[in-house]
Design a protein around this ligand. Structure first.
Ligand code: PHE
Length: 339
């Protein structure tokens, strides 16, 4: 029996050496230690041993069992470690590999100049107002002193939803909406899209952008208009920019004017950009018409105000010397990447 146990131990050691998987190890455990295993089989024969032999063989059998158990535990741990090593090797990420590049977009030139413009006006104490692009005829024309049939409506033909609802042709209706809701002092700009029924060419588009400005308070004069707009032009086009006001007509301002800046390309000398004039037209402006104030419930004998409207596309074209407005809307990356 001692020989049998020694033999089992030797064979166990032999088979263990060739085990490389968890399932083979389990099969080995059953073969040697299982209920019908080889060790159990030998121990069954212990009944026939003498009283002296029994403890000796018993001890030997226990030794063989613990030997095999230890070996199984050890090998099982080795196998687990090996499996882990293999997974780590397989799933390894090479952090020295170059990453895949995500191209970073940037602001459209219209957006970046608008942001700059907003910053300038916010710096002067203006806040930002908004109004709808689908607008009532009343706000876009009527309340701005442009009754139905007024000839000045012809220059701002637009897209009609029905007789009373249209796509706004200017940001000026925001003036009315603000004055209806807010009592003076008022100091706002209102940037946004406007629409006109114009054919597309290098300087026209049925969709473009304006920035409206409105200041209403006690004692506001043309001097405030000029000073504010001069400060704005110098910030946007440089400190040595000069401005001039030319008389003009808008139905909702009185007096009205257009503002020119000295040509930023030639500094007023006359060049291709300003068509030899030395000046470039930038915006329309004027003192808010008393009748418009009245329409909004503001007493023109107490309050006065000025308003202006800047074309964003034009401003950006001047800024970057762009000669075709269509470029803004074509989403051509070769164009957009330059800004
Ligand atoms: N809304 C006018 C236009 O589109 C511009 C303007 C705004 C003129 C405010 C005066 C005051 O032509």
């Amino acid at each position: 029996m001692k020989q049998q146990l020694d033999e089992i131990r030797r064979q166990a050691a032999d088979s263990l050496a060739s085990i490389t998987s968890a399932s083979a190890l389990e099969a080995f455990r059953i073969e040697f230690l299982g209920k019908k295993g080889r060790l159990t089989e030998v121990l069954r024969g212990m009944g026939g041993l003498s009283a002296e032999e029994r403890p000796v063989i018993g001890q030997l059998a226990n030794e063989v069992r613990s030997f095999i158990e230890e070996q199984i535990a050890k090998l099982s741990e080795d196998l687990e470690n090996a499996a882990l090593e293999q997974r780590l090797a397989e799933e390894r990420i090479d952090i020295t590999m170059p990453g895949s590049k995500r191209p970073l977009g940037k602001k459209h030139p219209l957006t970046s100049v608008l942001d700059e413009l907003k910053d300038i006006f916010i710096g002067m104490g203006f806040s930002i107002a908004e109004g709808p692009e689908v607008e009532l005829d009343y706000y876009n024309f009527e309340a701005l002193n442009l009754p139905k049939g007024h000839p000045a409506r012809d220059t701002q033909d637009t897209f009609y939803i029905n007789e009373n609802v249209l796509l706004r042709t200017q940001t000026s209706p925001v003036q009315i909406r603000v004055m209806e809701k807010q009592k003076p002092p008022i100091k706002i700009i209102a940037p946004g899209r406007v629409y006109r029924s114009d054919a597309v060419d290098a300087t026209h588009s049925p969709l473009f952008h304006q920035i409206e400005g409105l200041v209403v308070d006690k004692g506001i004069t043309m001097g405030d208009l000029k000073g504010t707009l001069e400060a704005f032009c110098k910030k946007l086009y440089g400190e040595d920019t000069k401005i001039r006001l030319r008389p003009h007509h808008f139905p909702f301002t009185e007096p009205s004017c257009e503002l020119d800046i000295s040509c930023p390309a030639c500094n007023g000398k006359g060049c291709r950009v300003c068509k030899g004039e030395g000046w470039i037209e930038l915006l329309g402006a004027g003192m808010v018409h008393p009748r418009v104030l009245e329409t909004c419930g503001i007493d023109p004998s107490v309050y006065s105000g000025f308003a202006f409207g800047i074309g964003l596309e034009r401003t950006v074209m001047r800024r970057f010397d762009i000669d075709d407005l269509r470029l803004f809307y074509e989403n051509n990356l070769r164009f957009l990447k330059q800004f």
